[in-house]
Design a protein around this ligand. Structure first.
Ligand code: HEM
Length: 398
């Protein structure tokens, strides 16, 4: 795990995945947990009813320690990702499809405008030589998209991005006490921000996404406090779920397409394969490398007995590099149409693939058209995290 988190492991995990696969589909870890490395076993955990999200009840059963009994955990515990039945399916049903046709039409126009503006900025910066793509484009498109969708004023965007960077450490497997303390502060600040946003829209509803959610949910749920708490948790979690992941995706996309000569220009000549290339980026280099569930009862997974309450870490990258699922998995093949679990699977399947794909496609189309000679001058520098990854910088020039 340390190797996977290291700069080398972030940049090229293939050898680590091979070593894990050689150890088995389910590999015991020295902290009373199991690494799930095979595609089928990962899929089984994500789709199985007896593998549960690390909810508040499970955390209560853990020995009192700094890892679970803190502010970041109690905020996260109110969000979809830490809920199980019956609350989880109830909330998902209430929220429905976040990205229906009308929303997507509006967002498409907005994303295209944002892409144009950000690429103008990149062009200006490149006129002076090297520019940091991650800072100028990769990290800015997700916040302007989601910020615009939720009606968050642009002056708050940089603060939300900064807080999401810090809060993400609370979702790591083994954060240090300092990382966790900082993540707790960031979590509190983010939660307060979104609580104020929901209160403000409740007091003065307008024609924006959060006000529409309030109106729709009030019609289904008579208790306003229940509705408001659900929306605080949803908006807070959307900031965490959408910003870091999509930003990493947008940087990986450029890195994977530029690191080998020929890919960029081939794709510019074959735009009909842009969607295939974007799926291959998700398979080859998932923005989230693992996610955790616990066993509701004693279970045998891929022949390995797992005692009740043990954690299992589903390794998305190891799964999509499983040679039994994707042939020659370490080769990046834009025409592959391979399998991946990078948006999860089962009841917790990501609610934002349509938006992430929209941003990636619009940005890639714009980049290929405006910067046919783009090249990477300094490879990605990764934040040392594995659950939710981050490309902190990547130099490009033309
Ligand atoms: C490339 C970008 C993205 C990736 C790789 C990604 C990945 C994931 C994964 C793996 C999960 C499953 C977590 C689990 O099984 O516990 C998830 C859940 C979720 N994602 Fe995404 N996501 C992305 C973008 C987004 C966006 C743009 C949004 C919304 C605007 C979003 C909203 C959510 C929500 C609300 C959940 C929780 C679903 C639940 O627990 O029921 N994600 N995402």
């Amino acid at each position: 795990m340390r190797r996977l988190r290291s700069p080398e492991g972030q940049a090229n995990p293939a050898g680590i995945y091979d070593a894990l696969h050689a150890m088995g589909d389910v590999v015991p870890a020295p902290w009373n947990a199991y690494l799930v490395t095979g595609y089928e076993a990962c899929s089984q955990v994500l789709r199985g009813r007896n593998w549960l999200a690390l909810d508040a009840a499970w955390q209560e059963r853990q020995p009192e320690n700094y890892r679970w009994h803190n502010r970041a955990s109690s905020d996260m515990n109110k969000t979809l990702t830490r809920l199980n039945a019956p609350d989880h399916p109830l909330q998902r049903r209430c929220l429905g499809n976040l990205f229906g046709r009308d929303t997507m039409n509006t967002l498409t126009d907005q994303v295209e405008k944002d892409v144009g503006r950000l690429l103008d900025g990149l062009s200006d910066a490149l006129a002076h030589g090297e520019a940091d793509y991650a800072d100028l484009v990769g990290e800015r498109l997700p916040i302007s998209t989601v910020g615009g969708w939720l009606g968050i004023p642009a002056e708050s965007h940089p603060k939300l991005v900064r807080l999401a960077h810090v809060q993400a450490y609370s979702q790591e497997l083994l954060p240090s006490p300092v990382q966790l303390a900082d993540a707790c502060d960031a979590s509190a600040e983010l939660w307060d921000f979104f609580a104020a946003l929901v209160d403000e829209r409740r007091a003065a509803p307008a024609d924006d996404t959060v006000s529409h959610w309030i109106r729709d949910l009030d019609a289904a749920e008579p208790d306003r406090e229940v509705v408001d708490e659900m929306l605080r948790a949803l908006t807070f979690f959307i900031a965490l779920a959408s910003l870091e992941t999509t930003a990493t995706y947008l940087s990986s996309m450029v890195w994977q397409l530029l690191r080998e000569p020929g890919r960029w220009s081939w794709l510019a000549d074959h735009p009909e394969h842009i969607d295939h290339a974007l799926e291959e980026v998700l398979r080859y280099d998932p923005p989230i490398r693992f996610n955790t569930r616990y066993a509701q009862e004693d279970i045998v997974l891929a022949g390995v007995p797992i005692p009740k309450d043990s954690m299992v870490h589903v390794m998305y990258g190891a799964a999509s590099h499983d040679p039994r699922r994707n042939e020659d998995p370490h080769s990046f093949d834009m025409l592959r149409q391979g399998s991946h679990l990078s948006f999860g699977a089962g009841s917790h399947y990501c609610m934002g693939p349509a938006l992430a794909r929209l941003e990636a496609r619009a940005l890639l189309v714009g980049l290929l058209k405006r910067f046919p000679g783009l090249r990477v001058t300094s490879p990605p520098v990764y934040e040392p995290r594995m659950a939710i990854r981050r490309v902190a910088s990547m130099g490009v020039s033309v």
